[in-house]
Design a protein around this ligand. Structure first.
Ligand code: ATP
Length: 288
């Protein structure tokens, strides 16, 4: 079943509305990791999230994936509102709707690739069929490695096993937190091409945090966070445009935070080229 294309499904796979996530720092001061994020991710698209260190990228991903709860605001995934769900319902929903890959592959060394892929379903009390597992491995180009243990696979192959494990339940959204961060350049590009292929070939909605402008250039859309707010975005940019925007935001961030960028111009424009879109109205409201 492809949850991204269910009849009548919302064309928006993920929607964050006015999401705030507050933490207390060591001095018991409140820190807004997310300060009022509005973000909608269209089903079947690939979105990269970038931003300076501490800008809230991981927090955004964790909130969007139901791994963390916003302090306020709402999160909807695959048409289901996560806000207010009990822990148990949230766990079930995560299992059904969400796939997650991290920088660390987190595979069990003593299990084969196939057993690693089957593990989440088994832990959920399901008995995955061989076909399900084989299909998941085939989707990441590892059909012939099913019986290999992680130690017998390269780093890139291990990350592909982790991807197959995330994809085996056909999640509505695949989230990646620096999924290529531990890979060398060549291997990283292969994994990114694979992610791109899953989006193009299967309509797999994908949201990925990355620090790498080249990785971000594989996405349809790059969203930039600064100080817990969406500061700007680029559509189908090249790596150079992403790096340039990051440099601008980082120097701006050093000068005075997201509020200083509330005057950014808006051009939600076309998918082609490097149109910059900002959510300045929302941001200004929160930072005022
Ligand atoms: N559990 C926590 N307790 C307190 N503060 C936190 C916690 N998690 C995150 N923060 C703070 O929230 C802000 C955003 O953190 P987050 O990890 O989301 O940023 P990031 O953009 O992913 O950073 P990086 O690129 O360095 O990984 C930071 O100021 C961070 O210190």
């Amino acid at each position: 079943m492809d949850k991204t294309r269910a009849p009548g499904a919302s064309p928006t796979a993920v929607r964050l509305t006015a999401v705030r996530r507050l933490y207390r720092d060591a001095a018991r001061q409140e820190v807004a990791a997310l300060a009022g994020v509005d973000l909608a991710v269209r089903a079947g698209t690939f979105v990269a999230v970038m931003g300076p260190s501490g800008s809230g990228k991981s927090t955004l991903l964790q909130c969007a994936a139901g791994l963390d709860r916003p302090t306020s605001g709402s999160v909807e995934v695959g048409g289901t509102e996560l806000t207010g769900l009990s822990e148990r319902r949230l766990t079930l929903l995560r299992r059904d709707l969400i796939g997650f890959v991290f920088q660390a592959f987190n595979l069990i060394p003593s299990l084969t690739a196939a057993q690693n892929v089957a593990l989440p379903l088994r832990l959920a009390g399901r008995r995955p069929s061989r076909t399900e597992v084989r299909d998941a491995l085939a989707r990441v180009g590892l059909a012939d490695r099913a019986r290999h243990r992680p130690g017998e696979l390269s780093g890139g192959q291990q990350q592909r096993v982790a991807l197959a494990r995330a994809l085996v339940s056909h999640p509505a959204v695949l989230f990646g937190d620096e999924p290529t961060g531990a890979l060398d350049t060549g291997t990283s590009r292969q994994v990114l091409a694979l992610l791109r292929g899953l989006v193009d070939g299967e309509g797999q909605t994908t949201v990925m945090v990355t620090h790498d402008p080249v990785a971000a250039s594989y996405a349809d859309r790059v969203v930039f966070l600064v100080d817990g707010l969406v500061a700007s975005e680029l559509h189908a940019p090249g790596a150079g445009a992403v790096a340039e925007r990051m440099a601008e935001l980082e120097s701006g961030a050093l000068r005075g935070g997201a509020g200083a960028r509330a005057a950014d111009t808006t051009d939600s424009g076309t998918a082609a080229g490097a149109g910059i879109a900002t959510r300045t109205a929302a941001n200004a409201e929160v930072t005022a």
